[in-house]
Each structure stands twice: as C-alpha cells, then as structure tokens.
Write a protein that binds this ligand. Structure first.
Ligand SMILES: NC(=O)c1ccc[n+]([C@@H]2O[C@H](COP(=O)([O-])OP(=O)(O)OC[C@H]3O[C@@H](n4cnc5c(N)ncnc54)[C@H](O)[C@@H]3O)[C@@H](O)[C@H]2O)c1
Ligand SMILES: O=C(O)C[C@H](O)C(=O)O
Length: 308
C-alpha cells in the first residue's frame, strides 16, 4: 500500500504523521512545492519510528510527482488556510488553481488512486476535482463531515461531562459555517438519545458551536486547525485501506440522492477498499430536509463561481 499526501503544511504533515504511526501503508509520500520542507518533515517523522515503534516509511518530495507513482490513496491538503474573520469560501480563488493542478499531476502518476480532498472550500474543491479529472465518482471523497462530526461529539461530551467515545452523531450538509447540519435528533449517548440528557437550549448551543467550530479555532490560533483535521483525514484513509466499511459523512457527488443532483456535499457513506461504496439514506425530518436544501443552494452558488 502506498499513500501520498500533497501539502506538507499543518494539516498535510499531521495527516501523514497519523498515517505512519498507524502503519496504514508501507510508504507515505509527502509532497509540497516549498523546497526541502516535505523532505525535512518526513525525516523528522521517521526519527519517531524508533521511539514510537512503527515501520511505515515517510518520503519527502519537493514537487516531484514521479515519487508519488502508483499510490493507492492520495490526499490533497495543498492550499491556503483562512485567517481569523475570513470564511472558507473566500479561499476559492487561489485554492481552485492549486487543487486543479495538483489533481492533474497526481492522477497522471496514480490513475487508479482514491482521491481525498481536504483543501477549502472543500465541497467546491471536491466538485472541481471531479469535473476537471473525470475520475469515477466513487473514488473521490471530500473530507469535512468526519471532522465536523468529531467536533459535534466533543461539544456533546463536554456539555454532558462524559467521554466522547460514548457519543455517536453525524454532521451532514456543506462544510461551511452556515451550511453544516448537526443531526442532533439522531445523536446518542451509547444508543440513548442525547435529548434525554440535555435541554433543547443546550442542544441548540452544541449545534451552533459545532457549526462555527473551525472559525472558533481559527480565531484562537490565528490560522485554521490541524490536529483534528489530520486525525479525521487519517480515519477516512484507515477505513479505506483496511476495508473497514465505516459509515462516515463525506462530501460525495450526488446524482439524485438526498434530492440533489450535480453537487458534492456531505452525506453518510460506507468507506471501503474501493472508495465510497454506498450512500446511506437517512430518513430526514422536514426541518432537516429543508436545511439540506438550503445548504445545497449555498454550495451550488459557490460551485458556480468556478465557471466550469
Ligand atoms: N476540509 C477540512 O475539514 C479542512 C480542515 C483543515 C484545513 N483545511 C484546509 O486545508 C488546507 C491546508 O491547510 P493548512 O493549515 O495545512 O495550510 P498550510 O499553509 O499549513 O499548508 C498548506 C501547504 O500547501 C502547500 N502548497 C501550496 N500550493 C501547493 C502546490 N501547488 N503543490 C503542493 N503544495 C502546495 C504550501 O506550500 C503549504 O505547505 C487549507 O485550504 C485549509 O482551509 C480543510
Ligand atoms: O476552519 C477552517 O477554515 C479549516 C477547516 O475547514 C476546519 O473546519 O477546521
């Protein structure tokens, strides 16, 4: 198994680090345009092997795609992160060009790879990667819902003062401050609805905090987050390479599912060795359906800005 991560910045390096620690491949290539950075970070990571005990080898590459040849899974994290006060959508101008070029290069050397898009605005970058590359839809996955769901579970666990491990819940819709849909109605504490433990006001606050989870961290840190994004991306890679068939909300191309066509946005999918294997059809309430439609409208208007 060979995995490539493009972008050796905060998210890319953290993703690669998590992947090698869990030995999800024999080789992990980390590629960046900045001279020496991916080589340096890869060597630094490999120097933890003797301390942490793993055998996966990280390989750095300064923009040399030959080294990525034959990758089974490729992850795209290259692109600008937002600064405090910005929306993810404001990154579209610069990141569209980066994602387009990187996708082309990756598929030239790894035409059969499963592609995971992380760069923001993620749903639109996933759509762009699909339209520009023509890659089969089941091999293209946008990472956002896994992270948003982890934040949702964390805020629920904090409000209930319990372990996040015992919380189950999903966030679907777009990966934007106003487009996410935390599915509070379906969230449980080991199978027991969370509404048995938290008031409607508390649940509303958890949902609101989840939606601005990325913005909150960006304001605190000065740039966007990387620990949970890197772990969430690794979790997608793990479900794919170990064929775990986990159900994870991911941004995938919809062709009528959830009432939407020709758009990539977050819905629960089963992730296995061939990519996303099927879309799980949740029975949404009328309010959730309306929120999904509103979210799709916003994602669609962002896609229109690509002028494809
Ligand atoms: N989808 C999500 O849930 C999620 C979560 C966190 C971050 N993000 C997004 O991921 C992206 C990266 O965030 P970050 O914090 O790692 O940023 P960063 O600035 O730390 O790293 C980005 C890296 O991309 C590299 N890069 C730029 N153009 C490139 C190219 N053409 N080829 C190869 N590498 C190139 C840069 O040199 C830099 O090292 C941002 O767009 C951010 O908004 C998405
Ligand atoms: O918030 C951001 O801009 C980065 C990422 O999408 C996140 O949710 O952490």
């Amino acid at each position: 198994m060979k995995i490539t991560v493009v972008g050796a910045g905060a998210v890319g390096a953290t993703t690669a680090d998590n992947i090698i620690r869990r030995e999800l491949a024999e080789e992990v290539v980390l590629l960046d345009i900045k001279e020496g950075v991916s080589e340096g970070k890869s060597l630094d990571m490999y120097q933890t092997a003797a301390l942490l005990g793993f055998n996966t080898k990280p390989i750095g590459s300064t923009n040399d795609y030959e080294k990525t040849k034959g990758s089974d899974v490729v992850v795209i994290t290259s692109g600008l992160p937002r600064k405090p006060g910005m929306t993810r959508e404001e990154l579209i101008g610069i990141n569209a060009g980066i994602v387009k070029g990187v996708t082309e290069n990756l598929l030239k050397y790894s035409p059969k790879a499963i592609v995971i898009v992380v760069s923001n605005p993620m749903d639109t970058m996933t759509y762009l990667a699909l339209k520009e590359s023509g890659i089969p839809k089941k091999r293209l996955i946008g990472m956002g819902g896994a992270l948003d769901s982890a934040r949702f579970k964390t805020y629920l666990a904090l409000a209930m003062d319990v372990s996040p491990l015992d919380i189950h819940g999903m966030v679907i819709g777009g990966h934007g401050d106003t487009t996410m849909i935390p599915l509070t109605r379906l969230a449980t504490y080991n199978g027991i609805p969370v509404s048995r433990f938290l008031s409607a006001d508390q649940l509303e606050k958890v949902a609101a905090d989840t939606m601005v989870g990325g913005a909150t961290l960006t304001k605190l840190i000065g740039t966007s987050a990387w620990y949970a994004p890197g772990a969430a991306t690794m979790m997608l890679v793990e479900s794919i390479v170990r064929n775990q068939k986990r159900i994870v909300p991911c941004s995938v191309y919809l062709n009528g599912e959830y009432g939407q066509k020709d758009i990539c946005m977050g819905v629960p999918v089963v992730l296995g060795r061939s990519g996303w294997e099927k879309i799980v059809n949740l029975r949404l309430s009328d309010a959730e359906k309306a929120a999904f439609e509103k979210s799709a409208e916003a994602v669609r208007s962002m896609n229109a800005a690509l002028n494809l």
